[in-house]
Ligand binder design. Sequence first.
Ligand code: GTQ
Ligand code: FE2
Length: 309
Amino acid sequence: MKTLDELYARIDALGMEGGWHRKQPSLWPEPRANFLPAQWRYADVKPILEAAGHLVDHELAERRNLTLTNPLPGNGYATVRTLVAAYQSIKPGERALSHRHTPNALRIIVEGRGTYTVVNGTRVEMRPGDVLLTPSWHWHSHEAIGPDECFWVDVLDVPLVHLLEPMFFERHPDRCEPVRENVESCPLAFRWEDSLQRLDAAFGAPADAMSEREIELGEPAMKTVAIHVQRMGEDFASPEHRSTANAVFTVIEGAGRTCIGDKEFAWQRGDVLAVPAWQPYRHRVSKNAHLVRVSDEPVMRAFDWLRQR
Ligand code: GTQ
Ligand code: FE2
Protein backbone atom coordinates (compact mmCIF):
# COMPACT_ATOMS: atom_id res chain seq x y z
CA MET A 1 0.00 0.00 0.00
CA LYS A 2 1.96 2.93 -1.33
CA THR A 3 -0.74 5.38 -2.33
CA LEU A 4 -3.85 6.82 -0.73
CA ASP A 5 -5.95 5.30 -3.55
CA GLU A 6 -4.63 1.84 -2.68
CA LEU A 7 -5.30 2.45 1.00
CA TYR A 8 -8.91 3.50 0.32
CA ALA A 9 -9.46 0.52 -1.98
CA ARG A 10 -8.33 -1.85 0.81
CA ILE A 11 -10.53 -0.09 3.37
CA ASP A 12 -13.51 -0.24 1.00
CA ALA A 13 -12.96 -3.93 0.21
CA LEU A 14 -13.35 -4.75 3.91
CA GLY A 15 -16.66 -2.86 4.17
CA MET A 16 -15.23 0.12 5.98
CA GLU A 17 -14.93 3.81 5.38
CA GLY A 18 -12.41 6.31 6.72
CA GLY A 19 -14.35 8.71 8.93
CA TRP A 20 -11.98 11.45 7.73
CA HIS A 21 -13.01 11.22 4.09
CA ARG A 22 -16.71 10.36 4.19
CA LYS A 23 -18.77 11.44 1.18
CA GLN A 24 -21.67 12.34 3.48
CA PRO A 25 -21.02 13.89 6.89
CA SER A 26 -22.39 11.83 9.78
CA LEU A 27 -22.70 14.77 12.15
CA TRP A 28 -24.06 18.24 11.46
CA PRO A 29 -24.66 21.37 13.49
CA GLU A 30 -28.43 21.18 13.89
CA PRO A 31 -31.45 19.15 12.70
CA ARG A 32 -32.05 19.26 8.95
CA ALA A 33 -35.86 19.32 9.09
CA ASN A 34 -36.09 16.77 6.27
CA PHE A 35 -39.80 16.03 6.62
CA LEU A 36 -42.04 18.63 5.03
CA PRO A 37 -44.81 20.83 6.38
CA ALA A 38 -48.15 19.40 5.29
CA GLN A 39 -51.89 19.65 5.82
CA TRP A 40 -54.89 17.40 5.22
CA ARG A 41 -58.36 18.96 5.19
CA TYR A 42 -61.28 17.13 6.75
CA ALA A 43 -63.57 18.71 4.15
CA ASP A 44 -61.57 16.87 1.45
CA VAL A 45 -61.27 13.61 3.37
CA LYS A 46 -64.80 13.10 4.70
CA PRO A 47 -66.47 12.60 1.27
CA ILE A 48 -63.70 10.14 0.35
CA LEU A 49 -64.24 8.11 3.53
CA GLU A 50 -67.99 8.19 2.90
CA ALA A 51 -67.46 6.90 -0.64
CA ALA A 52 -65.05 4.26 0.71
CA GLY A 53 -67.88 3.27 3.07
CA HIS A 54 -69.91 2.27 0.02
CA LEU A 55 -67.11 0.86 -2.13
CA VAL A 56 -64.74 -0.82 0.35
CA ASP A 57 -66.12 -3.78 2.24
CA HIS A 58 -65.29 -3.33 5.91
CA GLU A 59 -64.85 -7.09 6.48
CA LEU A 60 -62.11 -7.03 3.84
CA ALA A 61 -60.54 -3.74 4.89
CA GLU A 62 -60.58 -4.62 8.61
CA ARG A 63 -59.83 -0.95 9.29
CA ARG A 64 -61.16 1.69 6.86
CA ASN A 65 -58.30 4.11 7.30
CA LEU A 66 -56.40 6.58 5.11
CA THR A 67 -52.82 7.17 6.17
CA LEU A 68 -51.43 10.68 5.78
CA THR A 69 -48.16 10.38 3.88
CA ASN A 70 -45.66 13.19 4.25
CA PRO A 71 -44.76 14.59 0.79
CA LEU A 72 -41.01 14.17 1.46
CA PRO A 73 -39.65 12.53 -1.73
CA GLY A 74 -38.97 8.84 -1.11
CA ASN A 75 -41.31 8.68 1.88
CA GLY A 76 -44.15 6.21 1.42
CA TYR A 77 -45.79 6.09 4.81
CA ALA A 78 -44.82 8.32 7.74
CA THR A 79 -46.58 11.64 8.49
CA VAL A 80 -43.52 12.89 10.39
CA ARG A 81 -40.32 10.92 11.11
CA THR A 82 -41.65 8.89 14.06
CA LEU A 83 -45.43 9.10 13.72
CA VAL A 84 -48.11 8.16 11.24
CA ALA A 85 -51.57 9.75 11.30
CA ALA A 86 -54.63 8.35 9.56
CA TYR A 87 -58.28 9.22 9.18
CA GLN A 88 -60.55 6.29 9.97
CA SER A 89 -64.30 5.81 9.63
CA ILE A 90 -66.76 3.16 10.68
CA LYS A 91 -70.45 2.82 9.85
CA PRO A 92 -73.28 1.61 12.09
CA GLY A 93 -73.30 -2.18 12.14
CA GLU A 94 -69.60 -2.52 11.36
CA ARG A 95 -66.87 -3.96 13.58
CA ALA A 96 -63.13 -3.55 13.31
CA LEU A 97 -61.79 -6.87 14.57
CA SER A 98 -59.62 -7.11 17.65
CA HIS A 99 -55.86 -7.13 17.29
CA ARG A 100 -52.75 -5.97 19.11
CA HIS A 101 -49.37 -4.66 18.02
CA THR A 102 -46.19 -3.30 19.55
CA PRO A 103 -46.77 0.22 18.13
CA ASN A 104 -48.62 2.59 20.46
CA ALA A 105 -51.81 4.13 19.08
CA LEU A 106 -54.33 6.78 19.97
CA ARG A 107 -57.52 8.13 18.44
CA ILE A 108 -58.90 11.66 18.39
CA ILE A 109 -62.62 11.60 17.65
CA VAL A 110 -63.78 14.14 15.09
CA GLU A 111 -67.43 13.36 14.42
CA GLY A 112 -70.20 10.87 15.16
CA ARG A 113 -71.90 9.19 18.09
CA GLY A 114 -72.44 5.55 18.89
CA THR A 115 -69.01 4.08 18.21
CA TYR A 116 -67.32 2.03 20.90
CA THR A 117 -63.79 0.82 21.29
CA VAL A 118 -62.83 -2.22 23.36
CA VAL A 119 -59.35 -2.06 24.90
CA ASN A 120 -58.19 -5.15 26.80
CA GLY A 121 -61.81 -6.08 27.52
CA THR A 122 -62.99 -2.62 28.60
CA ARG A 123 -65.65 -1.10 26.32
CA VAL A 124 -66.00 2.66 26.15
CA GLU A 125 -67.89 5.02 23.85
CA MET A 126 -65.83 7.39 21.69
CA ARG A 127 -67.36 10.86 21.39
CA PRO A 128 -66.22 13.96 19.50
CA GLY A 129 -63.21 15.59 21.17
CA ASP A 130 -62.37 12.46 23.18
CA VAL A 131 -58.90 10.96 22.99
CA LEU A 132 -58.55 7.18 23.41
CA LEU A 133 -55.30 5.33 23.99
CA THR A 134 -54.34 1.85 22.87
CA PRO A 135 -50.82 1.48 24.29
CA SER A 136 -48.39 -1.10 22.98
CA TRP A 137 -49.68 -4.70 23.01
CA HIS A 138 -53.21 -3.81 24.24
CA TRP A 139 -56.00 -5.67 22.42
CA HIS A 140 -58.34 -3.27 20.62
CA SER A 141 -61.41 -3.45 18.42
CA HIS A 142 -63.96 -0.85 17.35
CA GLU A 143 -67.69 -1.21 16.74
CA ALA A 144 -70.33 1.25 15.57
CA ILE A 145 -73.84 0.81 16.87
CA GLY A 146 -75.16 4.05 15.48
CA PRO A 147 -76.86 6.33 14.83
CA ASP A 148 -73.87 7.95 13.09
CA GLU A 149 -71.00 7.05 10.84
CA CYS A 150 -68.01 7.92 13.03
CA PHE A 151 -64.79 9.66 11.91
CA TRP A 152 -61.57 9.97 13.82
CA VAL A 153 -57.84 10.60 13.50
CA ASP A 154 -55.46 7.80 14.49
CA VAL A 155 -51.87 8.55 15.45
CA LEU A 156 -49.39 5.70 15.88
CA ASP A 157 -45.63 5.43 16.46
CA VAL A 158 -45.33 2.83 13.67
CA PRO A 159 -42.51 4.68 11.83
CA LEU A 160 -40.44 4.62 15.03
CA VAL A 161 -41.09 0.89 15.35
CA HIS A 162 -40.09 0.47 11.69
CA LEU A 163 -36.82 2.26 12.43
CA LEU A 164 -36.00 0.30 15.58
CA GLU A 165 -37.49 -3.00 14.24
CA PRO A 166 -39.39 -4.41 17.27
CA MET A 167 -42.60 -5.01 15.24
CA PHE A 168 -45.08 -7.63 16.41
CA PHE A 169 -48.74 -7.85 15.38
CA GLU A 170 -51.43 -10.46 15.95
CA ARG A 171 -55.16 -10.89 15.49
CA HIS A 172 -57.31 -11.94 18.43
CA PRO A 173 -58.12 -15.68 18.32
CA ASP A 174 -61.83 -14.89 18.89
CA ARG A 175 -61.95 -12.22 16.13
CA CYS A 176 -63.67 -9.87 18.59
CA GLU A 177 -62.29 -9.80 22.07
CA PRO A 178 -64.99 -10.51 24.70
CA VAL A 179 -66.19 -7.45 26.64
CA ARG A 180 -65.46 -7.73 30.37
CA GLU A 181 -66.91 -4.36 31.40
CA ASN A 182 -68.66 -1.32 29.98
CA VAL A 183 -67.38 1.93 31.41
CA GLU A 184 -68.17 5.63 31.14
CA SER A 185 -64.56 6.60 31.81
CA CYS A 186 -61.25 4.83 32.31
CA PRO A 187 -57.56 5.81 32.36
CA LEU A 188 -57.29 5.15 28.61
CA ALA A 189 -60.16 7.50 27.68
CA PHE A 190 -59.81 11.27 27.98
CA ARG A 191 -63.24 12.86 27.77
CA TRP A 192 -63.66 16.14 25.92
CA GLU A 193 -65.73 17.67 28.74
CA ASP A 194 -62.91 16.82 31.20
CA SER A 195 -60.34 18.43 28.89
CA LEU A 196 -62.48 21.59 28.69
CA GLN A 197 -62.79 21.72 32.48
CA ARG A 198 -59.06 21.29 32.94
CA LEU A 199 -58.41 24.04 30.36
CA ASP A 200 -60.84 26.35 32.20
CA ALA A 201 -58.85 25.75 35.39
CA ALA A 202 -55.41 25.93 33.76
CA PHE A 203 -53.37 28.91 34.88
CA GLY A 204 -51.36 31.01 32.43
CA ALA A 205 -49.80 30.27 29.09
CA PRO A 206 -47.40 27.35 28.54
CA ALA A 207 -43.63 28.05 28.53
CA ASP A 208 -43.42 27.93 24.74
CA ALA A 209 -46.25 30.53 24.45
CA MET A 210 -47.66 28.56 21.50
CA SER A 211 -51.19 28.72 22.92
CA GLU A 212 -53.06 30.63 25.61
CA ARG A 213 -53.65 27.55 27.73
CA GLU A 214 -52.44 23.99 27.48
CA ILE A 215 -53.05 20.72 29.29
CA GLU A 216 -51.34 17.38 28.90
CA LEU A 217 -53.35 14.16 28.60
CA GLY A 218 -51.39 11.63 30.64
CA GLU A 219 -47.92 12.28 31.90
CA PRO A 220 -47.09 11.35 29.23
CA ALA A 221 -49.97 9.49 27.56
CA MET A 222 -47.74 6.64 26.40
CA LYS A 223 -44.02 5.86 26.58
CA THR A 224 -43.26 7.30 23.15
CA VAL A 225 -46.11 9.75 22.61
CA ALA A 226 -47.27 12.89 24.40
CA ILE A 227 -50.67 14.52 23.87
CA HIS A 228 -51.38 18.17 24.63
CA VAL A 229 -54.67 20.02 24.22
CA GLN A 230 -54.24 23.68 23.41
CA ARG A 231 -56.70 26.54 23.64
CA MET A 232 -56.32 29.82 21.79
CA GLY A 233 -58.87 32.60 21.40
CA GLU A 234 -59.84 34.61 18.39
CA ASP A 235 -56.95 36.94 17.34
CA PHE A 236 -54.33 34.91 19.22
CA ALA A 237 -50.97 35.02 17.43
CA SER A 238 -48.12 32.84 18.65
CA PRO A 239 -44.40 33.54 18.43
CA GLU A 240 -42.30 31.43 16.07
CA HIS A 241 -41.21 28.16 17.63
CA ARG A 242 -39.24 25.07 16.71
CA SER A 243 -38.61 21.83 18.55
CA THR A 244 -36.67 18.64 17.99
CA ALA A 245 -39.96 16.84 18.75
CA ASN A 246 -42.01 15.71 15.74
CA ALA A 247 -45.66 16.70 15.98
CA VAL A 248 -49.04 16.16 14.37
CA PHE A 249 -51.82 18.66 15.13
CA THR A 250 -55.54 17.90 14.89
CA VAL A 251 -58.07 20.74 14.92
CA ILE A 252 -60.91 19.99 17.34
CA GLU A 253 -62.64 23.30 16.74
CA GLY A 254 -62.06 26.87 15.56
CA ALA A 255 -60.16 28.25 12.61
CA GLY A 256 -56.85 29.90 11.87
CA ARG A 257 -53.66 29.83 9.88
CA THR A 258 -50.36 28.17 10.68
CA CYS A 259 -47.04 28.92 8.99
CA ILE A 260 -44.78 25.87 9.01
CA GLY A 261 -41.38 26.40 7.38
CA ASP A 262 -42.09 28.24 4.13
CA LYS A 263 -45.74 27.14 3.88
CA GLU A 264 -48.95 28.62 5.23
CA PHE A 265 -52.05 26.53 5.91
CA ALA A 266 -55.59 27.73 6.67
CA TRP A 267 -57.27 25.20 8.95
CA GLN A 268 -60.61 24.37 10.48
CA ARG A 269 -62.32 21.55 12.40
CA GLY A 270 -61.02 18.06 11.66
CA ASP A 271 -57.92 19.18 9.74
CA VAL A 272 -54.50 17.65 10.41
CA LEU A 273 -51.14 19.46 10.23
CA ALA A 274 -47.69 17.85 10.11
CA VAL A 275 -45.09 19.87 12.05
CA PRO A 276 -41.87 17.89 11.60
CA ALA A 277 -38.86 18.27 13.87
CA TRP A 278 -37.13 21.64 13.69
CA GLN A 279 -39.54 23.20 11.20
CA PRO A 280 -40.26 26.69 12.58
CA TYR A 281 -43.98 27.30 12.96
CA ARG A 282 -46.45 29.85 14.29
CA HIS A 283 -50.22 30.05 14.63
CA ARG A 284 -52.70 32.86 14.00
CA VAL A 285 -56.24 32.19 15.14
CA SER A 286 -59.39 33.68 13.57
CA LYS A 287 -62.04 31.71 15.49
CA ASN A 288 -61.73 30.35 19.09
CA ALA A 289 -59.72 27.18 18.69
CA HIS A 290 -58.76 23.93 20.37
CA LEU A 291 -55.92 21.89 18.88
CA VAL A 292 -54.59 18.51 19.94
CA ARG A 293 -50.82 18.21 19.55
CA VAL A 294 -49.46 14.67 19.40
CA SER A 295 -45.69 14.47 19.58
CA ASP A 296 -42.72 12.21 20.22
CA GLU A 297 -41.59 14.47 23.08
CA PRO A 298 -41.23 11.53 25.54
CA VAL A 299 -38.69 9.93 23.17
CA MET A 300 -36.73 13.17 22.83
CA ARG A 301 -36.83 13.71 26.60
CA ALA A 302 -35.80 10.14 27.43
CA PHE A 303 -32.57 10.56 25.49
CA ASP A 304 -31.94 14.23 26.41
CA TRP A 305 -32.63 15.32 22.81
CA LEU A 306 -35.53 17.68 23.47
CA ARG A 307 -34.47 21.15 22.41
CA GLN A 308 -36.72 24.07 21.62
CA ARG A 309 -36.10 27.52 20.34
O1 GTQ B 1 -57.48 1.20 14.54
O2 GTQ B 1 -56.21 -0.39 15.25
O3 GTQ B 1 -54.88 3.86 11.37
O4 GTQ B 1 -53.97 -0.86 13.93
C1 GTQ B 1 -53.50 1.96 11.71
C2 GTQ B 1 -53.29 0.75 12.37
C3 GTQ B 1 -55.56 2.21 12.90
C4 GTQ B 1 -56.40 0.58 14.52
C5 GTQ B 1 -54.64 2.68 11.98
C6 GTQ B 1 -54.21 0.29 13.29
C7 GTQ B 1 -55.36 1.03 13.56
FE1 FE2 C 1 -54.51 -1.33 15.79
